[in-house]
Design a protein around this ligand. Structure first.
Ligand code: AMP
Length: 123
């Protein structure tokens, strides 16, 4: 799978469509999810062209990986959810139902998040 530069997060990075920005640095951009699943729902994306965590791990530089990881923690601090708690999720591929093919980490917070998945199924 090759990176599709027309995906919606690539358009946000190019300022072709607006986002409700929370944080930005050299490596990363964070903005509120347009369809929040929890009272606080922010997406953190790397500025580089990576489809998912697997692509990022294989192809990003160490500086990009460290920068992105630190950005996630900085956003959580900025959102004041360190004490109350939060969950980070990143979907990769079909079984995860990843919709946007640009790596993103969901930060979910603002209420008790319950079990790790809403649908518990036998495996
Ligand atoms: P995923 O299923 O992990 O690919 O999640 C994609 C997320 O992107 C969903 O939670 C959407 O609500 C969110 N989303 C899609 N378009 C936008 C947008 N233009 N601005 C903010 N969030 C968006």
């Amino acid at each position: 799978m090759t990176y599709n530069s027309q995906n919606i997060f690539a358009q946000i990075l190019r300022n072709e469509i607006p986002s409700n920005k929370v944080y930005e640095d050299q490596w990363s951009l964070a903005f509120y999810d347009a369809n929040p699943a929890t009272p606080v729902h922010v997406l953190v994306i790397p500025k580089g062209k990576y489809i998912s965590w697997a692509d990022f791990n294989d192809n990003a530089s160490a500086d990009e990986i460290v920068g992105f990881s630190r950005a996630i923690a900085k956003v959580a601090k900025q959102l004041n959810i360190e004490n109350s708690g939060y969950r980070i999720i990143s979907n990769h591929g079909a079984d995860s139902n990843q919709e946007v093919p640009h790596l993103h980490v969901h930060i979910l917070a603002g209420c008790n998040l319950g079990s790790i998945l809403p649908l518990q199924r036998s495996i």
